[in-house]
Write a protein that binds this ligand. Sequence first.
Ligand code: RB5
Length: 148
Amino acid sequence: MNEDKTPIIIGSDHAAYQMKEKIKAYIIKIGVDIEDVGAYSEDSVDYPDFGIKVASSVSKGKFKRGILLCGTGIGMSMVANKFPHVRAALCNDLFSAGMSRRHNNSNILVIGGRVIGETLAMEILKTWLETPFDGGRHQLRIEKFDNL
Ligand code: RB5
């Protein structure tokens, strides 16, 4: 069990707005501060605008971890992983969520709001929040690409 209480920055587009609200409520409930950069409704928006806000904050170290959601999770992953020090992991299953923390020290969780249901999304979120990084050889591997 990982008791990390560092604040989280979250963003989504319209396609995953409802899922973002559910995730946000859970994070507030467990006593972790969260900054929501939008979207704030289901009106159509452009996912890069929100991906850039979250990923640039994590890249600069303003936030240690973030969460991004869009319809598939693919667009948000593409945007986020352009930023140095961002290790955004698109996880639509539990195994990937755990491994993205253990082996990749993922600092942004990405979920596809139109790919999976809310129940699974919440389980993925909990796994991601609670799984620590293994370090060791995995740290050396991350150092090979983290600052490209
Ligand atoms: C929006 O229609 C959709 O393109 C977006 O949510 C996302 O899936 C992009 O990758």
